[in-house]
Design a protein around this ligand. Structure first.
Ligand code: ADP
Ligand code: MG
Length: 520
């Protein structure tokens, strides 16, 4: 992290539903959130294609009901995933735009653009959002922006990170670092609070609870008075957030419409679904401050109006399973980090959906009535942390009052599958997720053949086909001992930059092979 780069560097929170860009202003000694052309500090991660142009952000979101099939959102739910992924298949049912199987199992979004059918890969679409954020920043700052720190959910795997980085590159940005979102929030929290006189401990344990539109991230970190941030555990779900709460409301409304109109189903009417989505999201937001929210849409389907009233209690009931899941994942993260509730000094809640009163109450109750830290601006904390790191990496941090140092953990488990005679088994985890880096681990294998293939995977599944292949190599001409076996020592070692070296050595002959994997 000591390399400095030339040129302006910003932080970008590339969210599922909203994106936000920020910059560290060294003269003013604070982070500035970059407003978009409408003056708003968050921009919908939304794209629209029409006969003459591409719209990005608010303009795209505002025309969704008129042009649903060519308005694309939720790209973060596609990036780095396979088309056949059950989650992708499930999400597709709710999207008014078309997704098809593209090259090498990847999903491809099909739209009509300038009168022609066009296909876009997820990273191309994310690149369009990032390009918009870059241009907005350039307009605001009055200079070219070359570099960026882009944030990703802590839970993102290698492929999802790779494609996010690729999107940055396609947008014309030099991606300085992909930073985990909760870590970014912790950096923002650290820089805001380190000089606080009430900071009476050497080290504080901070839990970041980030419930956004598409993802839920939870992270357990310690921040020392000197500014060292150490990630202890990360957890969450890449498919849990405000969009799911919207979907519950949409499904409820679809059923209400059916009940009131003797079985008439609006599914299959993209325009109606688009309008219902906008109305349900608004009702959901309103329910964070009121007890009842009306949903009224004229001529929703086949000329029939729709009108209903949702209570906050109904909304909470419809989403109870999701809310409980958040608490379960929170508990898991504490367990992974070997911490008890009482060890947590500060609970920092960020993300738009953490404004839901029930969620706040559940988190407070989980921590036995602890007051949550809401001093960080929920929507902007992640971008702020990214901007601070961007300034550090680009050498524009001379005036930063505290030196924030990052120590991270690996987000996904790393392991091997050993293939003897062409039979590939399950993956054995060598380095479990949440292990802090650098780290290394050795295991010994007994092989009863003269050849062995070592295949390196990343993921949490027992079956190799559900995990991500990182690389492979073989050892041949093995010497079998009197027991017809050869002993092989396999070593995984992961450095601070997340670069993995996997080596295998036959103990009797000292024959050794290894591979280096740079893209963890
Ligand atoms: P992401 O990072 O996933 O894009 P954000 O943190 O920007 O998400 O949060 C966006 C989500 O927060 C959306 O689903 C939005 O509907 C929801 N949201 C925003 N404000 C509120 C509110 N007042 N009450 C409930 N949900 C809200
Ligand atoms: Mg977010």
């Amino acid at each position: 992290m000591s390399k400095k780069v030339k040129g302006t560097a910003i932080g970008i929170d590339l969210g599922t539903t909203y994106s936000c860009a920020a910059i560290w202003l060294s003269r003013k000694k604070r982070v500035e959130i970059i407003p978009n052309e409408q003056g708003n500090r968050i921009t919908p991660s939304c794209l629209a294609f029409n006969d003459s142009e591409l719209l990005v952000g608010e303009n795209a979101k505002n025309q969704i009901a008129r042009n649903p099939a060519n308005t694309v959102f939720d790209v973060k739910r596609l990036i780095g995933n396979r088309f056949s992924d059950p989650q992708v298949q499930n999400d597709m049912k709710m999207w008014p735009f078309k997704v098809m199987k593209g090259d090498s199992e990847k999903p491809s979004v099909v739209v009509e653009f300038k009168g022609e059918e066009k296909k876009f890969a997820p990273e191309e679409l994310s690149a369009m959002v990032l390009k918009k954020m870059k241009e907005t920043a350039e307009l605001f700052l009055g200079k070219e922006v070359k570099n960026a720190v882009i944030t990703v959910p802590a839970y993102f795997n290698n492929q999802q990170r790779e494609e996010t980085k690729e999107a940055g590159t396609r947008a014309g940005l030099n991606v300085l670092h992909l930073l985990n979102e909760p870590t970014a929030a912790a950096i923002a929290y650290g820089v805001d609070n380190l000089s606080d006189e009430n900071w009476n401990k050497d080290k504080k344990t901070v839990l970041v609870f980030d419930l956004g539109g598409g993802t839920f991230d939870v992270s357990l970190l310690t921040i020392s008075k000197k500014g060292v941030i150490e990630v202890k555990a990360v957890g969450g779900d890449t498919h849990l957030g405000g969009e799911d709460f919207d979907t519950s409301l949409i499904n409820y409304c679809i059923n209400e419409f059916k009940k009131k109109n003797t079985g008439v189903d609006i599914r299959g009417n993209p325009r109606a679904l688009g309008r219902l989505k906008v109305a349900c999201e608004k009702a959901k937001r309103d329910l964070s401050s009121t007890i009842f929210a009306p949903i009224e849409i004229d001529c929703l389907h086949e000329g029939i109006d729709f009108s209903t009233k949702i209570s906050r209690a109904k909304f909470e009931e419809l989403n109870a399973t999701y809310f409980d899941k958040c608490i379960q994942l929170l508990e898991e993260c504490l367990r992974d980090g070997n911490m008890k509730k009482k060890d947590v000094d500060e609970v920092v809640v960020v993300g738009g959906s953490s404004r839901i009163p029930k969620i706040q109450r559940m988190v407070e109750e989980f921590f036995d009535g602890k007051t949550l830290c809401r001093s960080l601006n929920g929507d902007k904390a992640v971008a702020s942390g990214a901007a601070i790191l961007a300034a550090r990496l680009s050498g524009n941090d001379d005036d930063m009052k505290n030196d924030v140092v990052l120590l991270d953990v690996i987000p996904c488990s790393l392991g091997i599958s050993v293939k003897v005679n062409g039979v590939s088994g399950n993956m054995d985890i060598i380095i479990p997720k949440n292990r802090s880096i650098p780290t290394s681990k050795k295991i010994t294998l007994l092989v009863n053949q003269t050849r062995v293939d070592i295949i390196v995977y990343q993921g949490e599944n027992a079956k190799v086909m559900d995990n991500i292949l990182l690389g492979e190599f073989e050892l041949t001409g093995l010497t079998l001992g009197p027991d017809r076996k050869s002993k092989i020592e396999v070593c995984f070692s992961l450095d601070t930059n997340g670069i993995l070296l996997v080596s295998a050595e036959e103990i009797s002959t000292r024959q050794r092979k290894s591979i280096t994997i740079t893209k963890i």
